[in-house]
Design a protein around this ligand. Structure first.
Ligand SMILES: C[S@@+](CC[C@H](N)C(=O)[O-])C[C@H]1O[C@@H](n2cnc3c(N)ncnc32)[C@H](O)[C@@H]1O
Length: 249
């Protein structure tokens, strides 16, 4: 798929209510978590994120996905030793979910997304926060407004399984340019599935997977040094999330 077409596809998906219709994001649209939801949150937070293989407490479900998102600001720092001040960048930020909590921790937060529709929604959702800037990014590039060596932490959560491999590589090369020396990038990849795939059906979420070697190559070919690889496994399937952190040297 050509890059113009790819951008148009995501713009159309966002225009047509990708987030409002998505079962993983209902918390951020007014759904109040139940007692069972909060118990699941406690089970997620209690996991040992220092191991190389974090085993999820229950089989995959929409509830688990929502719980992981609700508890993100806790497990992220248990899993990776990240700078906690300075500038954070959230690529594929969607409607501003992670950016909202990052604004409490960091001096400045930048959110970027391929879709102008979702960036408009994120800007509105975060209008009460004064340390955030949002930009539309290219399918495989970051906006020039993000200056070289200006970012302490770059975060990319549940985005890279949806985009062609060469875009992922180019985005990580752009991340390397905008990170300060010693700055970190953290991203997750689908693993042990679709490791040969480079596209999916139009107007659907793609599920492009990466082996451990492919993940390491992404870092190496971006000029980033590997810091940590962590698997999140699920009891019912061999498909994992592979979490990766890299350091700008
Ligand atoms: C599953 S959502 C995740 C949103 C957000 N990271 C979160 O966790 O709430 C994937 C997001 O990636 C965005 N996206 C898709 N391709 C992209 C690209 N090439 N560059 C930046 N964002 C992209 C979509 O518009 C969508 O907002």
């Amino acid at each position: 798929m050509k890059s113009d077409e790819f951008r148009r596809m995501w713009d159309e998906m966002q225009r047509d209510g990708y987030f409002t219709n998505h079962p993983h994001y209902t918390d951020f649209l007014g759904h109040t978590p139940s007692k069972e939801d909060l118990e699941l949150d406690n089970a997620v937070i209690a996991l040992n994120f220092e191991t190389q293989n974090v085993s999820m407490p229950v089989p995959y479900s929409d509830s688990l996905e929502r719980s992981i998102k609700r508890t993100e600001s806790l497990w992220l720092y248990k899993m990776f030793d990240l700078p906690r001040t300075g500038t954070a960048l959230d690529i594929g930020c969607g409607f501003g979910r992670s950016v909202s909590w990052m604004a409490d921790n960091y001096d400045k937060v930048i959110g970027t997304d391929i879709s102008k529709h979702v960036i408009a929604a994120a800007t509105k959702n975060c209008e009460h926060l004064d340390n955030i800037a949002f930009y539309v990014n290219g399918p495989d590039s970051l906006p020039a407004d993000i200056l070289p060596a200006s970012v302490d932490v770059a975060y990319i959560f549940t985005v890279l399984q949806h985009i062609p491999r060469e875009y992922t590589q180019n985005i990580l090369c752009s991340v390397e340019r905008v990170l300060k020396p010693g700055g970190r990038v953290v991203f997750n990849l689908l693993s042990n599935v679709n490791e040969e795939l480079n596209e999916g059906e139009k107007h659907t979420e793609w599920a492009i997977g990466y082996s451990e070697d492919q993940a390491r190559n992404l870092l190496r070919d971006s000029g980033l040094r590997e810091e940590r690889l962590v698997y999140w496994s699920r009891p019912e399937t061999a498909i994992n999330w592979l979490w990766v952190s890299g350091i700008k040297q």
